[in-house]
Design a binder for this molecule. Structure first.
Ligand code: SAM
Length: 311
């Protein structure tokens, strides 16, 4: 991922090199991660693409196949990685991730503890937020999952920013050598209340904890446990609504029941201003907007709390 430039400088301007990871973008719901290898080719329904033609081009470029089809080559940002990674577990998606990164107050140099690692979806964003000088210590008790996450962080160039440990965090807590070092702790565990005591020991004074839980009963139990050592305990549910905005022809039927652009549609008592607008635009091309049918619903609850400072 981009911030792990070997010079340790944050840089978003790069050309594709042999060995780089790129996201091959066909459309927003059809992307895949590909490692560039000078001698390889990519074959898809648009034709055959030679990797050699990609080398030296800037991320974001459009490349053509032997028969004129095209794809875009995008940088493997955490946002895109979350969409293409292999799902070994349930994962956090962009709406929750953005909220977590913001509310954990992450900046370059922060130390973050996380458990469980799962598929590493959140970890990639945590890493970028604390890069280039911070560190994420992430733990999962499932050995294969931890190993797969480690491999992914190698592929995405994040391994210098993340350490993956195998550990039962609910049973044993976080390792004692991290005591008092964490700016933030994130828990995505089935019984987070069992790890809250240890999380409190790991946090710096005033540090922030976040726990993600799909069920409200988990939130209730965690909040009860948090109350003894933490303050400012708040729970959020992030509901994302996407919109389809596209150009289309305006016809009479659409004005009857549809949503012509951002204009309110009045079914029965249409105003004279409304009818005039309709007459002027009937048959012409306008930009229409409506909530997408594939909107995601409930993912989970995010409970945040700040370690109480003992004077
Ligand atoms: C839902 S996944 C986490 C997904 C992750 N947040 C992501 O965005 O990819 C939960 C993970 O917690 C791990 N886990 C469950 N109980 C655990 C425990 N006691 N200690 C450490 N990890 C645990 C599971 O193995 C699983 O990989």
């Amino acid at each position: 991922m981009l911030p792990t430039d070997p010079t340790k400088k944050l840089s978003f301007k790069r050309n594709i090199s042999d060995g780089d990871l790129v996201i091959v973008y066909e459309k927003h719901d059809n992307m895949k991660a590909v490692k560039v290898c000078e001698k390889s080719v990519l074959e898809n329904r648009f034709g055959i693409f030679k990797h050699a033609d990609w080398i030296g081009k800037p991320y974001g470029c459009k490349v053509s196949s032997h028969k004129g089809g095209f794809v875009y080559l995008l940088a493997p940002t955490p946002e895109l990685w979350t969409l293409v990674l292999s799902h070994r577990t349930q994962i956090l998606y962009i709406a929750d991730i953005s909220f977590v990164v913001m509310y954990l107050e992450l900046i370059p140099g922060c130390v973050v503890l996380e458990s469980g690692t799962g598929s590493g979806s959140l970890t990639t964003s945590l890493s970028r937020a604390i890069a280039p000088t911070g560190h994420v210590h992430t733990f999962d008790f499932h050995e294969q999952r931890a190993a797969a996450a480690r491999e992914d962080f190698e592929r995405t160039g994040l391994s210098s920013l993340v350490t993956v440990g195998v550990r039962d965090i609910q049973g044993e807590g976080f390792p004692k050598d991290l005591t008092g070092l964490a700016d933030a702790v994130f828990l995505d565990l089935p019984q987070p209340w069992l790890a809250i005591g240890s999380a409190g020991e790991m946090l710096k004074p005033d540090g922030v904890l976040c726990s993600f839980s799909p069920c409200i009963e988990q939130v209730q139990r965690s909040s009860e446990t948090l109350a003894s050592n933490f303050t400012d305990i708040r729970t959020f549910e992030v509901l994302l609504r996407t919109y389809e905005v596209r150009e289309g022809k305006m016809d009479h039927c659409q004005t009857e029941g549809g949503t012509p652009g951002s204009r309110p549609c009045k079914r029965k008592h249409r105003t004279s201003e409304g009818s005039q607008w309709e007459q002027e635009h009937s048959g012409s091309s306008i930009v229409m907007a409506r909530p997408s049918g594939e909107a995601k619903g409930h993912t989970g609850y995010l409970t945040f709390a700040r370690l109480r400072c003992v004077a």
